[in-house]
Design a protein around this ligand. Structure first.
Ligand code: HEM
Length: 280
């Protein structure tokens, strides 16, 4: 098996679409932070995985397989990767699920369409909510995307400018710390008319086509964007689908009374109170 050999394309053909996306992004990220060793091990392990084991390894197992020795990953390298995944993958999705419930609980007419979609996909009570079913939950996905527009789990990003930046004639010098407000970008009335309105149809293909590529960035953009975004949407659909299959949700806190707490993650100060009513 040659270095990054000819087997890689075969692997890419064979894997699942999401896994492909995930792996490509990991590779991109690690290249960006100049960690070719890790990139190589991911390539190698995918080849090994494809040829001999015929099963997918969890990301942590891949890291562990390549640990130790002088060339392998140190315990600290692995701990850093695990820290990032645990933090980035947990609070963000929890907040997004909570905000989706908050908004659906205030829009019974939109929630009714989610119920309708779920009832059409899940035709018997014991039908599991598997990957095929999650893929069909297009309307629910648009609700989640719209919730992430209005109440993005990550409300702002921080960057240090590596060079002078000219914005409409105003020059911001290199080395300045800048905060980019995703929350405000998502309220641009040119890109999102009537921006405060919760309208999942904004994410219908015909409505997204002409939108500026950076108008909607809940997962950031560019080389350091979120590598878990597809997984996050699946996870949210799985939790919301499971819940809304059986319950209706009613929000107890009025939109104007909710206090936003914008730390690293956007949360409701004092929590999000919802009532669950059995549907059947
Ligand atoms: C709704 C859920 C999520 C949101 C809104 C979200 C949002 C973001 C954002 C905005 C960034 C970029 C931060 C920056 O540019 O400074 C980011 C990075 C990242 N996310 Fe997510 N994320 C979510 C879920 C996840 C999940 C489920 C995982 C992993 C399983 C994950 C893993 C990561 C990692 C590893 C990074 C760092 C990428 C890098 O530094 O190159 N995220 N996420």
């Amino acid at each position: 098996m040659g270095e990054n050999g000819e087997l890689v394309p075969k692997f890419w053909d064979a894997v699942h679409e999401d896994c492909e996306y995930f792996a490509e992004n990991i590779e991109l990220k690690l290249n960006f932070v100049n960690r070719p060793r890790v990139v190589k091990l991911i390539n190698d392990s995918f080849m090994v995985l494809n040829l001999y084991k015929k099963q997918r390894l969890a990301f942590l197992d891949i890291l562990l397989e390549y640990s130790g020795g002088t060339k392998g990953l140190s315990d600290e390298d692995i701990r850093e990767e695990v820290d990032t995944f645990m933090f980035e993958g947990h609070d963000t999705t929890a907040a997004a699920i909570s905000w989706s419930l908050f908004l659906l609980g205030h829009h019974p007419e939109i929630q009714a369409k989610v119920h309708e979609e779920l009832d059409a996909i899940l035709t018997s009570p014991d039908q599991p909510l598997g990957i095929a079913e999650l893929r069909q939950m297009k309307y629910t996905e648009n609700c989640i995307k719209e919730a992430l527009r209005l109440l993005p789990s990550v409300p702002y990003l921080g960057r240090v400018l590596s060079e002078d930046l000219n914005i409409c004639g105003n020059v911001i010098p290199a080395h300045t710390n800048v905060l980019i407000s995703i929350y405000m970008i998502h309220r641009d009335p040119v890109q999102f008319p009537d921006p405060e309105k919760f309208d999942p149809n904004r994410f219908l293909p015909e409505n997204t086509r002409k939108r500026h590529p950076y108008a909607y960035i809940p997962f950031s953009a560019g080389p350091r964007n979120c590598i878990g975004q597809k997984f996050a949407l699946l996870e949210e659909k799985a939790v919301l689908g499971r819940l809304l299959r059986q319950y209706s949700v009613v929000s107890e806190i009025k939109p104007l009374d909710i206090k936003l707490l914008g730390e690293l993650i956007l949360r409701p100060r004092g929590g999000n109170l919802v009532r669950l009513l059995p549907r059947h």
